[in-house]
Ligand binder design. Structure first.
Ligand SMILES: [Cu+2]
Length: 155
């Protein structure tokens, strides 16, 4: 089969680009420890107001010093707000939604989860630097989505 020189160059260029892009995805996934959601826990969103963990979300310190933070996301706020956690301690966020899909993104950190009604999104991380972080909703959730901001205070 006869392939024109320029066509062959562009085919190889496209192949090299595809390999580069896939490599960049694999590299950043490994470097940034990006992993698919692995914690699947369901909850009836209509019973959150009577749920013992989420009705009045309270930060709990376990005997080993780690902290569990239940969070309820709803149009257009996070509860509790602000969330106060200690630095250098394992913090487990357990987040659920009462209405629509929200995001839970702690700006400037690797903390980022999608919050889906009917599910509890859970992840654990440690904050090495004390400070006040902004939590934003990064899933469009309605007219006042841009106002949906919370704060995380690491002491
Ligand atoms: Cu939102």
């Amino acid at each position: 089969m006869q392939v024109d020189l320029y066509e062959r160059i562009w085919m190889w260029a496209a192949t090299v680009l595809i390999v580069l892009f896939i490599g960049a995805i694999m590299l950043t996934a490994g470097e940034e420890a990006i992993e698919p959601p692995s914690h699947v826990e369901t909850i009836d969103p209509t019973t959150i107001s009577t749920n013992p963990e989420f009705a009045k979300p309270t930060i709990v310190t376990r005997p080993d010093g780690s902290v569990v933070v239940p969070v309820v996301a709803s149009m257009f706020a996070f509860a509790p707000d602000p969330i106060e956690v200690p630095a250098h301690v394992r913090v487990t966020f357990r987040i659920t939604s009462t209405d629509v899909i929200h995001g839970f993104d702690v700006a400037g950190t690797n903390a980022n989860a999608m919050v889906i009604p009917g599910y509890v999104s859970q992840f654990t991380m440690t904050f090495p630097t004390a400070g006040r972080y902004t939590i934003t909703c990064n899933e469009f959730c309605g007219l006042l989505h841009h106002m949906m901001v919370g704060h995380l205070v690491v002491k």
